[in-house]
Design a protein around this ligand. Structure first.
Ligand SMILES: Nc1ncnc2c1ncn2[C@@H]1O[C@H](COP(=O)(O)OP(=O)(O)OP(=O)(O)O)[C@@H](O)[C@H]1O
Length: 223
């Protein structure tokens, strides 16, 4: 019988601290034990834990259904309301409202603006997109995630609140705490400390990073 792979990451969809990925079973247990409706699962890789959480969370937050591990693409997100940086490496595209096009949510045909963003992502460009409520940001984000998964590229999804999106905050994913130290310090830590090796590997192995943050957080990160 093949030996079961060691579980190093524990994804919690429903628990005391909300959706979160833990590095130890003890932490996971602490936050799920005797918690009504607790839902969690152990994984050997961070990516698998994140993928499972994304699927489970998207169904529960998006559709109001019970979380399930069967979907891999639906993630509800709240995008920042306005562009906040003219960083030349980041494309800013303001998606206009879809309006009353009669489009059914079950028949998704990307609008020209959505297609434009997706094309840029496919070309490997950094993209920042925004728009007011109902302009199709979530739909577009799902397509982007679907694209990365269909091409077997590792994608990390971070958000300011794990209630809206599965995954973790940019701070916890990046392993930088409050993010107040200089980059050099973090690099030294991640390379030098064995226990932080997983953070180092995470950074090195990820192909794309999706950051769904408030305007405030993004503004600070871009400075
Ligand atoms: N290309 C599309 N074709 C058909 N329907 C679409 C398309 N894009 C978005 N929609 C539909 O429009 C509605 C709003 O889209 P979506 O939830 O992605 O907007 P949003 O910008 O994320 O909104 P919010 O900021 O309020 O979360 C949804 O019902 C969605 O299914």
């Amino acid at each position: 019988m093949p030996k079961a792979s060691k579980k190093s990451y524990y994804a919690v969809c429903i628990g005391r601290e909300g959706p979160k990925i833990y590095n130890s079973w003890d932490e996971c247990k602490q936050n799920t034990s005797r918690y009504p409706g607790a839902k969690h699962r152990g994984f050997s890789t961070y990516q698998d834990a994140q993928d499972w959480l994304a699927s489970a969370m998207s169904l529960s937050s998006n559709l109001g259904r019970k979380p399930s591990a069967d979907s891999d693409s639906e993630v509800e997100v709240q995008m920042p309301p306005t562009p906040i940086s003219d960083d030349s490496d980041i494309e800013i595209i303001d998606t206009p409202p879809l309006g009353a096009t009669g489009s059914s949510p079950t028949e998704i045909v990307l609008s020209p603006e959505q297609k434009k963003v997706l094309k840029k992502v496919e070309k490997g460009e950094n993209v920042f997109f925004t728009g007011s409520a109902g302009t199709g940001k979530s739909v577009l984000l799902r397509e982007i995630i679907r694209y990365f998964r269909s091409t077997n590229k590792k994608v990390a999804i971070t958000a300011s609140t794990a209630v809206n999106i599965a995954g973790s905050t940019i701070h916890s994913w990046a392993g930088i705490g409050l993010g107040e130290e200089p980059t050099k310090t973090y690099v030294g830590k991640f390379r030098g400390q064995k226990k932080l090796r997983s953070v180092w590997d995470r950074w090195r192995n990820v192909h794309a990073l999706i950051v769904d943050e408030s305007e405030d957080t993004l503004s600070r990160a871009c400075q």
